[in-house]
Design a protein around this ligand. Structure first.
Ligand code: PLP
Length: 429
């Protein structure tokens, strides 16, 4: 259970703190002296329930998640959530429209009207009004929007903004809010807070998505897979936040959803499958149903409690390190990112940062090396030189190339300093 001190900048799965892994290794063999490893204990046991509830509570403490939000542990990764958000939010949209129609018809008990009559009314609303808005600012929001188009039909997907249009066909900037073409009462507005492949991060919560007296509360959904736990988030502004564990929280295998309770029963119920069929809308797998997962405290089916445990250990260690919780981590994350960007900016003849200054990611620092005419050759040399001194995992995503330094929470300040020093010395020699 020993390893060398490492500085691994891979984008995910990402480096985990060694002490957490050492504790987890012990738990994998013999959990708390029970004679069984944690991965062998039943997910229905008291032990599993404690691990789960502790991780939920620690996450809520660390991020100051208000009481009117529920935390769910799910499976299927970030990509599973691309689909889950569509199935669930469309269901909620249909249910809300249904309630509105019943009210207009003066019907107080839904049972007093046949589903066929409701379906006829709703079909019109679906055809004319059902939209999901996507802010496409990088590869992952693009993928999410493509999944929505696959499930629902492109006619229901509104690309409210496509960042490539203002940047020569490439991601790297976030278009001004006033240029976004948002729908009226969409089933959700979806965006990715930090684009892992492209190094683009929203500087803060978009002003235009704040609740400001529209006829309905905006339903804002964000993918925070690659920047969760690294800065304070105004949870109250979101309907739902999701993230895979494998970057800042833990290891691959669990996905976390923070959802506003008002999107769950008793406030809204999922429409019946027969109504969804009548409307020609997709019915999601039961394991992606937020209602089902919430009702069963994330234990509808077998959850990897061992992965939840690792996430819980990471949270415990964050809470121990930072008495001011996520604000403490945020200060360090900013300091590390500033160090690295400063080194790149100081040698702008040798390095070109991919994203615009206004949208630079603190977590995934993407740049090109143009030391010689041959960028590929310069980047190869950069990577080889970095590896020689133990700075690994710097190769950019296969779809875009270049260099990507993933500056997640487990990269220490010393690690970031070492990378900044190498960036300087590579440029200067
Ligand atoms: N969203 C973001 C921001 C990601 O970085 C990733 C993966 O790297 C995903 C979604 C997809 O996650 P998964 O591989 O767990 O499906």
């Amino acid at each position: 259970t020993q390893r060398e001190e490492i500085t691994y900048f891979g984008a995910g799965p990402a480096l985990l703190p060694t002490p957490v892994l050492q504790t987890a290794a012990q738990a994998l063999v013999n959990y708390n002296g029970t004679g069984l490893g944690l991965a062998e204990h039943s997910h229905r046991s008291k032990i599993a329930e404690d691990v789960l509830n502790t991780a939920k509570a620690d996450l809520a403490t660390y991020l100051d998640i208000p009481d009117d939000y529920e935390v769910l542990f799910m499976q299927g990764g970030g990509s599973g959530e691309f689909s889950a958000t569509v199935y669930n939010m469309v269901g909620i949209w249909v249910e809300k429209r249904k309630q509105k129609i019943l009210k207009e018809l003066g019907i107080t008990n839904g049972k007093d009207i046949s589903e066929d009559v409701i379906a006829t009314e709703l079909r019109k609303a679906v055809e004319e009004e059902l939209k999901i808005d996507y802010l496409v600012t990088g590869s992952w929001s693009l993928k999410a929007s493509q999944e929505a188009a696959r499930l629902l039909g492109p006619e229901h997907v509104n690309i409210a903004t496509d960042a490539r249009k203002i940047n020569d066909g490439k991601f790297g900037k976030i278009p001004e809010e006033k240029s976004w073409n948002l729908s009226r009462n969409p089933a959700m507005v979806y965006y990715c807070d930090n684009e892992t492949v492209d190094g683009v991060e929203f500087p803060g919560f978009p002003e235009v998505l704040k609740s400001n007296g529209q006829d309905e509360e905006p339903i804002v959904v964000a993918d925070m897979s690659s920047n969760i736990l690294s800065r304070r988030i105004p949870v109250k502004n979101f309907s739902l936040i999701f993230f895979g564990a494998q970057k800042n929280l833990g290891c691959t295998g669990v996905t976390v959803v923070i959802i506003k309770k008002s999107l769950l029963p008793p406030t809204v119920a999922t429409p019946s499958p027969s109504l969804m069929r009548k409307l020609g809308l997709p019915i999601g797998p039961i394991v992606l149903s937020y209602e089902t997962i919430a009702k069963n405290n994330s234990l509808y089916n077998t959850l990897s409690i061992f992965d939840v445990y690792i996430a819980g250990q990471v949270l415990k260690s964050l809470l121990k390190t930072f008495s001011d919780k996520v604000d403490g981590q945020q200060a360090i994350a900013e300091k590390k990112a500033n160090l690295i960007y400063a080194a790149l900016d100081a040698h702008s003849n040798v390095y070109k940062v991919v994203s615009d200054k206004s949208a630079r990611s603190r977590m995934n620092i993407c740049f090109r090396v143009t030391k010689s005419q041959d960028t590929n050759e310069s980047e190869k040399q950069f990577i080889a030189g970095a590896e020689k001194i133990g700075l690994t995992g710097l190769k950019g995503h296969r779809s875009v190339g270049g260099i990507r330094a993933s500056n997640y929470n487990s990269i220490s300040l010393e690690g970031a300093e070492k990378l900044a020093a190498f960036i300087n010395s590579f440029a200067e020699t």
